[in-house]
Design a protein around this ligand. Structure first.
Ligand code: ADP
Ligand code: MG
Ligand code: MG
Length: 281
């Protein structure tokens, strides 16, 4: 579903990603672990297309499923057929469209079904979560040739996702992330993910700043929203504890800008016990 091949990227003229290769299949959750400064966030930002993160080599191919990406379970889309909503050059044969992710603008990547969860969510004073989320969803629907959701339809969807993340609707009426605790920001972000219903999520240290209860809620939220045969997740985490809730199919260790070791879930436990140095030498 996501194929990263020999990716090189620089930030501020410094090479950070140096030949990173990784393949995530549909229905899979892959964890990326690694020491501070390894390039984990750089990978997330590069996949998202953040300005300043310059790709100097390699490729990223994104192959979202056509139908389910567009199925919000609400209302009717113009045609329901994803191929109508992708540029002609991005429509391949079979049931999926192969997309050269790096050729797309950030908003086009989102419309194609890529979601990025950030380590440090931004605050947006003066804009409520509800306004922000509805704008974000309707912008994506527009990019896919779908009708916007009405206020009523949107609120129904927002309530459903807020309930899933045990978040009070009153919180969603407050300005985006302003005065939110670390845990509340992450839960709000997962509500956002639930509303946008992406085909693929890259979650960068979604567990940072979470207490045990919030960790469980967020972990279960990720499972509920993203554990599906047609979806994929790249879960970037410094610690193994989130993986107690979101069981990865594969675990990769990122060090100095490339994957230095891959394995099953037990690799995360080895890391926790022995540390990065011991496991990667
Ligand atoms: P991680 O998320 O694994 O802790 P990052 O991707 O944040 O690592 O950072 C990788 C390396 O890139 C670090 O050495 C960091 O100092 C450097 N780096 C990150 N952002 C910038 C930037 N904006 N300008 C210059 N160097 C940066
Ligand atoms: Mg870091
Ligand atoms: Mg980071």
């Amino acid at each position: 579903m996501l194929t990263i091949d020999d990716l090189h990227a620089t930030v501020g003229g410094t090479a950070i990603l140096r030949g990173l290769s990784l393949e995530v299949g549909a229905g899979e959750v892959h964890a990326i672990m690694g020491p501070n400064g390894a390039g984990k966030s750089t990978l997330a930002y590069t996949l998202g297309g953040r300005p300043g993160y310059e790709v100097t080599g390699g490729s990223v191919t994104f192959t979202p499923p056509r139908q389910p990406v567009l199925d919000t379970g609400l209302g009717s889309s113009s045609s329901g057929r994803a191929e109508d909503n992708l540029a002609p050059d991005q429509v391949g044969g079979g049931d999926t469209a192969e997309i050269d992710l790096l050729s797309l603008e950030p908003h086009e990547r989102a419309a194609a079904g890529l979601f990025l969860g950030f380590q440090y969510p931004v605050e947006i004073p003066g804009v409520s979560n509800v306004q922000f989320l509805r704008e974000a969803l309707n912008a994506q629907r527009k990019a896919r040739g779908q009708e916007p959701l009405s206020g009523g339809e949107f609120l129904k969807l927002a309530k459903e996702k807020a309930t899933l993340l045990r978040m009070d609707m009153d919180m969603l009426k407050r300005p985006v992330n302003v005065g939110f605790s670390g845990g509340e920001k992450k839960r709000a972000e997962m509500v956002q993910m639930g509303i946008l219903d992406p085909a693929f999520a890259v979650l960068d240290e979604t567990d940072s700043g979470l207490d045990i209860d919030a960790l469980k809620v967020v972990g279960e939220g990720i499972n509920a929203i993203m554990r599906a045969p047609h979806k994929g997740v790249l879960l970037i985490t410094h610690y193994q504890r989130l993986l107690d809730y979101v069981k990865p199919d594969r675990v990769h260790i990122l060090a100095k800008g490339r994957i230095v070791k891959s394995g099953g879930p037990e690799l995360a436990l080895d890391l926790e016990r022995e540390g990065y140095e011991a496991v990667t030498v």
